[in-house]
Design a protein around this ligand. Structure first.
Ligand code: ATP
Length: 327
C-alpha cells in the first residue's frame, strides 16, 4: 500500500515486469494544476483503478500515459521502455478506449473492426483471425454482422473496447467506459474487462463509480484535485481510514451469556450492548456472521434481526477529501 501526503506507507518498488510505470506525472492548464505528481504502476494481469470525481484529473492523466498530450514533468515507462514525444514507440503496447464512441454506425461490428485494423496496418488472414478473437473477447461474435447503429449503448462501448484491443496491446486503458449506459449494459462491459484481466491483460480503468472500482480493480488510486490521495487494495484503503465491519444482532434472551460467548471468537474485536441490540466490531463480517449467529443462539439469544454494515470506498473518499465522490 502506498499512502501519500502525511500518511505513512510501506511502499514497494516497481517490479521488473511491470507493464506500466508512471512516475511524478504533472500537467498544468494555466493556473490549474490538473495533474500533480501522479505515480503508480501496473503489473501484467492487474487492473488498476483511478477513482475520483469529475475534474479530478483522470482523463488528463491517461492522456499523458497514452502520449496524447504532453506532460510538464514526470516519466512513463511502458513494457519496460521509456516513452516520450521523441520516443513514442512504446505507444504500440497501449490500447486506449476513449470516453467518446469512435465507431461507424453504418458498418457492422466486424466491418468496424476490419476498418480500424487496416488503419493500424493490419491485413489478410492475420486481421481476419484477430477480428474473430476480439469479437469473442467482447462478447459480440453472435452480432458480428449487425450494423452498429442498431446496438445498445453497452454493445457500442464493447465494440469501442474491441477496437482498442485489435493490435494486441499489453496495456488497455479505459476512460469511464460505463458512463451513460443502462445497468445491464454496464454489467456486460464489466464482464468483458474481467475476461481480459483473466487473460493476463494489464488494465488502467478510470471511474467515479465506487462499485466498479471495488468489483474490478486489484489496486485503486484515489485521485482528487490532480493528486493521488491514497493507493492500495480495497481492504487496505478501508483499513487506512480506520473503517471496521459491524454486525448488529437484535433479539431477546440471555444477552450477557451471548456477549460472553461472542467475545471469545477471534473475529470479534468488540461487543457493545445498546439496550436494543448487540453491536459487534468484527473482522470480515460476511465470513464471520454464520459463526456469530450460531454462538449467539447457542448461548440462549433469540434473534429477531441480523444486520451487517461494511465501510466502502465512498466513505474512504469522504474521509480523505471531505467530499462525496458524486455531486
Ligand atoms: N485542455 C484543457 N484546458 C484547460 N483545462 C483543462 C483541460 N483539460 C482538462 N482541464 C481541467 O483539468 C481538470 C482535470 O480534468 P480531467 O478531464 O482530467 O478530469 P477527470 O477526472 O477526467 O474528470 P471528467 O470525468 O469530468 O473528465 C479539470 O478541472 C478540467 O476542467
Amino acid at each position: 500500500m502506498t499512502v501519500h501526503e502525511d500518511q505513512t506507507a510501506d511502499s514497494e518498488g516497481p517490479a521488473a515486469d511491470d507493464v506500466l510505470v508512471v512516475d511524478g506525472l504533472s500537467r498544468r492548464f494555466g493556473d490549474l494544476m490538473a495533474v500533480d505528481e501522479v505515480s503508480f504502476r501496473i503489473a501484467p494481469g492487474e487492473t488498476y483503478g483511478l477513482l475520483g470525481p469529475n475534474g479530478a484529473g483522470k482523463t488528463t492523466t491517461i492522456s499523458m500515459v497514452a502520449g496524447l498530450i504532453r506532460a510538464d514533468a514526470g516519466t512513463v515507462r511502458v513494457a519496460g521502455q521509456p516513452m516520450s514525444p521523441s520516443h513514442p514507440q512504446p505507444k504500440r503496447h497501449i490500447g486506449l478506449v476513449p470516453q467518446d464512441l469512435a465507431i461507424y454506425p453504418e458498418l457492422s461490428a466486424r466491418e468496424n473492426l476490419v476498418f480500424f485494423g487496416r488503419l493500424q496496418g493490419m491485413g489478410g488472414a492475420d486481421l481476419k483471425g484477430r477480428v474473430q478473437e476480439v469479437l469473442d473477447l467482447i462478447g459480440l461474435a453472435d452480432r458480428a454482422k449487425d450494423k452498429s447503429k442498431n446496438f445498445s449503448g453497452g454493445m457500442k462501448r464493447r465494440l469501442n473496447i474491441g477496437i482498442g484491443l485489435l493490435h494486441e496491446p499489453h496495456l488497455l486503458i479505459l476512460d469511464e467506459p460505463t458512463v451513460g449506459v443502462d445497468p445491464q449494459s454496464r454489467n456486460s462491459i464489466l464482464e468483458s474487462v474481467e475476461r481480459l484481466s483473466t487473460a493476463g491483460m494489464a488494465v488502467l480503468y478510470t471511474t467515479h463509480y465506487m462499485e466498479e472500482a471495488e468489483r474490478l480493480c486489484d489496486r485503486i488510486g484515489i485521485i482528487d484535485t490532480g493528486r493521488i490521495q491514497a493507493e492500495g487494495t480495497r481492504d487496505e484503503l478501508i483499513r487506512l481510514t480506520g473503517g471496521v465491519d459491524q454486525i448488529r444482532l437484535a433479539g431477546t434472551g440471555d444477552l450477557p451469556q451471548a456477549i460472553e460467548s461472542l467475545r471469545q471468537l477471534s473475529a470479534v474485536e468488540q461487543v457493545d450492548h445498546d439496550g436494543l441490540a448487540l453491536r459487534l466490531t468484527v473482522h470480515d463480517a460476511p465470513t464471520a456472521v454464520a459463526e456469530i449467529v450460531t454462538r449467539a443462539t447457542g448461548a440462549g439469544m433469540s434473534l429477531a434481526d441480523v444486520e451487517i454494515t461494511r465501510p466502502d470506498l465512498e466513505s474512504v473518499f469522504l474521509q480523505l477529501t471531505g467530499k462525496a465522490l458524486r455531486d
